[in-house]
Design a protein around this ligand. Structure first.
Ligand code: HEM
Length: 457
């Protein structure tokens, strides 16, 4: 049977995409949900009114591009060149042979044994943050916005996992500020590509390049200082320094180290912070889940601090995190470009096709997730796993480019939930409005205002 021509897919007329481009820039999720309802699981459209693409919420097609036929697909220039221009050429932004070589080199750094070493650094940073940043904040006012606090905490955890105690406070602040500003700028350029000439003329492009250079120099200083000191720490930087290419036996250059470290900062904090903010929101709406979590923590730990080996036994807390990332996937969308003609279930996809995997849309499909808006951690109970398509749930993407930090992130979120739930009771501020802000990651639009009280012992 001849393949269905690509042109026969239902298609949103370009004028309609253009007319919707402002609404899209303001709230892409609303527009994409409407489109999906109207045009089905896979359709042609123009992203932001300009870039032609195929949007899909079909787990089979997403598995095709990310995993089964991944060799025929590459990351789009938006993810490599545009992000790479500011973030450098690290795992997240590189492609092809270079990416594969780097992935093979770095992957072992995220294996179990390494994570065990990192769990100690993480736990210490979480406790320090709660004592020295969170406590003073809630002493000033019990009403706090958790979203920026979770951002700061997740940033510190990655920073300390990379550089341990070497890192000076003013550099944590500088890196955090710069990364946030650069990400916000990149997102503006992606949502409103027609403003690019203006961004260049007004000096914004140059300004953000400077911020990125400043961060790179800061990271480079730490790399060189570590090399010169000869001190060995059990952190991610040490892992990057020790890693050797299989073929040459050589390690990375300082420039490569800097680019990979910079990418870990970017990829590793905002996603985790958003997962945490959304989880706190869901927990504030489901006190019975909070009680069950505390029961689990008490029964597994009996009040002592957690160690790495405890984490797999905290099964219910993992289900809560998984369900939270189904409802609010921090990485809510990704895309790939066809590098050669290929075909998926009779649909011909010519070289150059852009397929946009609408992860948020997949996670909310009622035929895949009954009552999709309901928060039900039971969906992820061990006996339920396998009941859904492996690409019906993909907060960490899939295939060879799946998130390298997935287990790092899950461990971090579990530890933070555990430590904070043992110390605090939190309620959503009754006047607080919940909205989605899909930037590079899915943020809560109005932050996450909570009333936080110390728990009675
Ligand atoms: C809840 C937290 C996180 C979520 C939801 C998340 C999600 C993702 C997703 C969906 C991808 C794949 C993107 C694509 O295929 O287009 C990805 C890639 C990546 N993530 Fe994460 N991530 C999280 C935390 C982390 C952490 C903590 C780190 C590092 C410490 C990290 C480092 C990376 C890197 C380096 C890549 C690129 C991997 C490659 O292409 O080889 N992520 N992440």
């Amino acid at each position: 049977m001849p393949a269905t021509p690509f042109q026969s897919l239902s298609s949103i007329p370009r004028w309609k995409s253009l007319r919707n481009s402002l609404r899209f820039a303001h709230n892409p999720i609303t527009v994409l949900n409407e489109n999906t309802q109207h045009y089905g699981h896979t359709y042609r459209f123009h992203l932001g009114g300009f870039l032609p693409g195929i949007l899909t919420t079909d787990p089979g097609l997403i598995q095709h591009i990310l995993q089964r036929q991944h060799r025929s697909w590459r990351k789009s220039p938006v993810q490599t060149e545009r992000l790479g221009e500011f973030l450098g050429n690290g795992l997240l932004t590189s492609d092809g042979e270079y990416w594969l070589r780097q992935r093979r080199l770095i992957q072992p750094g995220f294996h179990r044994a390494r994570l065990e070493a990192l769990s100690g650094i993480m736990l210490k940073e979480v406790d320090d943050f709660l004592d020295n940043r969170f406590e003073p904040a809630i002493r000033k006012s019990t009403l706090v916005d958790l979203a920026p606090l979770m951002m700061e905490l997740a940033f510190r955890v990655v920073a300390k996992s990379l550089f341990t105690t070497d890192l000076r406070e003013e550099d944590v602040q500088l890196l955090s500020r710069n990364v946030t500003a650069i990400q916000a700028y990149i997102m503006r350029t992606l949502r409103q590509p027609y403003l690019m000439p203006w961004f260049r003329l007004s000096g914004q492009a140059h300004r953000h390049k400077e911020l990125s250079r400043q961060s790179d120099l800061t990271i480079m200083r730490y790399i060189q200082a570590r090399r010169q000191s000869g001190v060995r720490n059990d952190d991610l930087l040490q892992m990057l320094l020790d890693a050797r290419y299989e073929d040459t036996g050589q390690g990375m250059t300082d420039q490569q180290l800097m680019e990979e470290a910079a990418i870990l900062f970017v990829a590793g904090h905002e996603t985790t912070a958003n997962a945490l903010s959304w989880t706190w929101y869901l927990l504030s709406q489901h006190p019975s889940v909070v009680s069950r979590l505390r029961e689990e923590f008490d029964s597994v730990l009996g009040g002592r601090p957690p160690v790495f080996a405890d984490l797999p036994r905290l099964q219910y807390s993992m289900q809560v995190i998984e369900e939270s990332m189904r409802l609010y996937p921090p990485a809510w969308i990704t895309d790939r470009l066809a590098v050669e003609d290929n075909e998926y279930e009779g649909l011909f996809l010519p070289k150059g096709s852009r397929v946009v995997a609408y992860i948020y849309g997949v996670h909310h499909r009622p035929d895949l997730w009954p009552d999709p808006e309901a928060f039900r951690p039971e969906r992820f109970a061990r006996e339920e796993k396998g009941a859904y398509h492996s690409f019906a749930y993909m907060p960490f993407g899939g295939g060879p480019r799946q998130c390298i930090g997935n287990n790092f992130a899950l461990m971090e979120i579990q530890l933070i939930l555990l430590r904070m739930l043992s110390r605090y009771d939190m309620e959503l501020d009754p006047g607080h409005e919940i909205g989605l802000e899909p930037l590079v990651t899915l943020r809560p639009r109005f932050g996450m205002r909570m009333i936080v009280k110390n728990r009675k012992k």
